[in-house]
Design a protein around this ligand. Structure first.
Ligand code: SF4
Length: 373
């Protein structure tokens, strides 16, 4: 087996070939990682994300454009709100961290805001790690890291992540801050949006823990993050402390289960390429060469959802009916198999799923007063 460095170079080249000539890699962000971790059985998403393929462009080229992602208006509004929250050296943001998470500490006056600029994601990651180390060494003070860069190993490849902010408390502990543009109405927000923000923050916490583990003694990464949103319908910042222990544990487990990208790449036919410049038939064949695990949840989490749903429906796959139904049907994977089993034309009668289907078909026939078989 070649040494790890040569294997790493070979894998990077293989992933670049999968993206296509001169197609730049799309960086994985925490939102994508959280979604990836939510469907760890999907090799298709794992290889596309691992290779840095732009899935929205791919979906367009396949003729199934995605309805997923943030509008330009939402992005602009979010950026303006974030700039407001971080104005004056992050005075408002630090006040909220103190108030919601660490009220016993000294109030954050004159916090340090280190410059984190460096060349490339690796350089910025190293600069962030140094700033965190220096902040811990300068104990007793508050430090705000504005858009730090963190690295997390995902299925054997590094993903670079950029939280909105990380705050180092006077006791040396670290807090992830998420700034969102959806409103906090009377102190609470849309649970689905808070849940998505918590899953994203959990990814940042895992990446921060990897940095903390390299320090001796390892600083504490807090498992309560700060969610900052506009208060009611104003653009004044309000905040809520969110406990992400559950999301952290789930994401950690799911990311560990992801098949290594290298292994998936090795199963693909030579010459496989996902460049959006290719003709749709060739692109469809390339995408279909990687096994997928479609579920209706993909519609809210993956740019390829319309394509995968269309293929699953065309194949009569029961996965389109949802994971709970899929789980109940055991080894019956297509609607055709299910109907044949219900009609008594196929399936093992001792299989509980087959027996339940036959019983259901009988009851249906009795209820309708006619034979439907
Ligand atoms: S939409 Fe397709 S590629 Fe995306 S996670 Fe679902 S099955 Fe995988």
């Amino acid at each position: 087996m070649p040494p790890p460095r040569r294997r790493g170079t070979a894998l990077r080249q293989r992933l670049a070939d999968l993206r296509g000539p001169d197609v730049p890699a799309k960086a994985l962000d925490a939102r994508a990682l959280a979604a990836l971790a939510a469907n760890p059985g999907c090799s298709r998403r794992a290889i596309l994300d691992g290779a840095g393929v732009n899935k929205a462009a791919l979906a367009d080229a396949l003729g199934s454009p995605s309805a997923f992602g943030q509008s330009q208006f939402a992005l602009t509004r979010g950026n303006a709100f974030e700039a407001k929250v971080k104005a004056d050296g992050g005075a408002d943001l630090l006040r909220l961290v103190h108030e919601k998470l660490d009220p016993r500490a000294e109030p954050p006056t004159g916090a340090s805001v280190p410059d984190l600029s460096a060349i490339g994601p690796e350089g910025r990651t190293a600069r962030t790690a140094l700033a965190l180390r220096e902040a811990v060494a300068a104990s007793g003070t508050w430090t705000l890291l504005d858009h730090p860069m963190l690295a997390l190993d995902v299925a054997g490849s590094p993903a670079f992540l950029e939280p909105d902010a990380v705050v180092v408390h006077p006791d040396g502990s670290w807090t992830v801050v998420e700034i969102k543009s959806f409103p906090l109405l009377d102190g609470s927000a849309d649970p689905a949006k808070v849940g998505a923000a918590a899953r994203q923050a959990a990814v940042y916490v895992l990446a921060l823990e990897a940095v903390a583990a390299r320090l001796d003694p390892a600083p504490r990464v807090r498992h309560r993050v700060l969610l900052v949103c506009p208060k009611d319908f104003s653009n004044l910042p309000a905040a809520s402390a969110v406990d992400i222990r559950k999301q952290r544990a789930v994401t950690h487990r799911q990311l560990a289960r992801l098949t290594r990208i290298e292994e998936i790449a090795d199963t693909l036919p030579e010459g496989t390429c996902f460049s959006p410049e290719l003709p749709p038939e060739q692109l469809t064949a390339a995408v279909e060469a990687v096994p997928a695990a479609y579920a209706p949840e993909c519609l809210a989490a993956c740019e390829l959802a319309f394509h995968c749903r269309g293929r699953s429906r065309a194949a009569g796959a029961v996965t389109t009916l949802g994971r709970p139904v899929r789980a109940e049907l055991g080894g019956l994977t297509t609607v055709e198999d299910v109907l044949a089993a219900a009609r008594g034309e196929a399936g093992d009668p001792d299989d509980p799923a087959v027996a339940a289907l036959r019983r259901a078909a009988l009851l249906r026939d009795e209820a309708l007063g006619a034979t439907c078989r």
